[in-house]
Design a protein around this ligand. Structure first.
Ligand SMILES: [Zn+2]
Ligand SMILES: [Zn+2]
Length: 191
């Protein structure tokens, strides 16, 4: 079955949802804290136009943004997740407009000429808003693996996903199977 691509979800040529997940994980889950160079490479890999080496100020603004987005993934209550995202989205300059810079007409959320950090903030916030509105806040989560702090966004059509990756899913499936086998069968507990 075809997967809904993030581009279809957000109507944008950058993958705002994927960028949000990658940024939050790079800053809040994976050591070490990403350098300006690493953040620039991350954004380039998500198709952002990065036309200069990131400054330390820009990197710090992106790290701060990642820490602001993380609670949206961690919140289990949908109404509170909506409140959190609405609050952070309200801090971002928004000026939706159609742009065409050689890629065909597509929607930009920030003001024309917005700086890189604001483009990232607008794009990731709107991406997550689409996930909540289209799929529900339950599709944003933090991996339940005990040794993992990575977040995920699940916009597949299939059964809901709970782990950040196949690696975490497989490790926990095996561990749960071993735990069941190690448990004494019911009714044999010493009295
Ligand atoms: Zn564009
Ligand atoms: Zn994980």
């Amino acid at each position: 079955m075809a997967r809904t691509s993030p581009t279809e979800v957000t109507g944008y040529r950058n993958d705002g949802v994927g960028t949000a997940v990658a940024l939050v994980n790079a800053v809040t889950a994976d050591a070490p804290v990403p350098t300006p160079e690493a953040l620039g490479a991350l954004l380039t890999s998500y198709n952002f136009k990065v036309d200069h080496p990131l400054t330390e100020d820009e990197a710090e603004a992106l790290r701060l943004w990642a820490r602001r987005l993380r609670p949206v993934f961690a919140e289990n209550d949908e109404a509170r997740a909506v409140d959190l995202l609405n609050t952070v989205m309200g801090e971002v300059p928004m000026h939706p407009h159609i742009s065409d810079h050689g890629e065909g007409p597509h929607l930009h959320y920030g003001p024309p000429g917005a700086a890189l950090v604001d483009r990232v903030r607008a794009n990731t916030a709107v991406g997550l808003a689409f996930v909540i509105c289209e799929y529900g806040a339950g599709r944003l989560g933090v991996c339940p693996d005990a040794a993992c702090e990575r977040v995920y966004a699940d916009i597949s059509r299939g059964p809901r996903r709970r782990y950040c990756s196949k690696t975490c899913l497989n490790r926990n499936t095996v561990a749960a199977y071993r735990a069941r086998r190690a448990a004494p069968p019911a009714g044999t507990e010493p009295s």
